[in-house]
Design a protein around this ligand. Structure first.
Ligand code: SAM
Length: 320
């Protein structure tokens, strides 16, 4: 097993987050589009994705997350998962989805090798769901899909709840109950100021500090996810599991970031928050580059990784 490459701040790179498409059947009011600016409709083929993942594995990356747009809209999604899961050295394949097509695809995805799932479900109230997602679907449909995935053996399943002031911040207890009763992990996510209108951000940003302090008091166990941006997961006495994702101005989050991204149009993206340091890898691949050249390109992108929010005195550039 290849040891992960360190960036210039001594952080290992073990995860690759791949945007499979920019197409989406939702219009969530907060969507950051994975920080991607290009609207070009270029998409990578399953063979290209497989090749790039196998290069990543040779550099010590072992965990893959597939995202979008809406990844479930890709008709070849199962093929992509199947190809990735066959690559030696891959330990984890997860997907993040709005869940709208899960009911139909759960068994097929599990069979293809999907291990974990994140489902964007910011509310279980039908009216609030419509208000946030701007589509006319019922949360029950999404829940049915989630439960089908659970029955198909996909685990753990996390429910992504981006908290929006005045919209769903009053639903946290309800969502805790819902996730506990269904054996899911609730992920409370602070709204990020990426890809969204400044006005939307100012209107809906809800700081999670206080919620985190309350959870801290109630928790019987606190797990610090050192490979996951130092996120904290709280286990309560009744079995509820809640994870807090609080990246904003959080140096500790960036300090423990182990992720690099691959955009829908095949550019390595060292940070969600930036688009000025992308490295195109798809064009050289399509022009016939050998693995050694692609590896060099990948390493260059890893070396461009930098903590966006810096912890005072914590980061000093390493000479590696
Ligand atoms: N369509 C898929 C989905 O709904 O999960 C994948 C793409 S979406 C950009 C990935 C995840 O990013 C969502 O599940 C949501 O929780 C999170 N997200 C989107 N916009 C965000 C924002 N402005 N701040 C924080 N999290 C956000």
């Amino acid at each position: 097993m290849q040891k992960p490459i360190l960036d210039n701040y001594g952080r290992p790179t073990t995860k690759l987050r791949i945007t499979l498409t920019h197409k989406c059947n939702y219009k969530c009011i907060y969507c950051h589009m994975e920080g991607e600016e290009t609207k070009e409709e270029v998409e990578m083929t399953p063979e290209e994705i497989e090749r790039l993942v196998s290069i990543a594995v040779q550099l010590g990356i072992s965990k893959i997350k597939l995202t979008g747009g809406e990844p479930l809209l890709r008709e070849d999604l199962s093929e992509i998962i199947r190809r990735i899961s066959k690559i030696k050295g891959i330990e984890d394949i997860a997907i993040t989805t709005n869940g709208s097509l899960l009911k139909k695809l759960a068994a097929e995805l599990a069979e293809a090798g999907l291990m974990r799932l994140n489902v964007n479900l910011p509310t279980i109230d039908p009216n609030t769901y419509r208000r946030i997602t701007c589509v006319d679907r019922r949360p029950e449909e999404i829940i049915e899909g989630i439960l089908k995935c659970k029955n198909a053996g996909i685990s753990p399943i996390k429910v992504n709840m981006v908290i929006l002031k005045g919209i769903n911040d009053n639903e946290i207890s309800k969502m805790m109950k819902f996730t506990r009763e269904n054996g899911l992990i609730l992920q409370l996510i602070e709204l990020e100021k990426v890809g969204i209108d400044e006005k939307i951000y100012r209107k809906y940003y809800f700081k999670l500090d206080e919620i985190e302090r309350e959870l801290e008091k109630k928790a019987v166990k606190i797990i610090i996810r050192r490979d996951m941006q130092n996120r904290r997961r709280f286990r309560l006495a009744d079995g509820t599991e809640v994870e807090i994702v609080r990246p904003y101005e959080n140096g500790s989050f960036c300090q423990a970031c182990t992720r690099i991204r691959l955009t829908a149009d095949g550019k390595l993206k060292p940070c969600l928050m930036r688009n000025d340091n992308l490295v195109d890898i798809l064009t050289p691949l399509r022009l016939g580059a050998e693995d050694t050249e692609l590896k060099k390109i990948f390493i260059e992108a890893i070396k461009r990784r930098e903590p966006y929010w810096k912890l005072k005195d914590t980061f000093s550039k390493c000479s590696i």
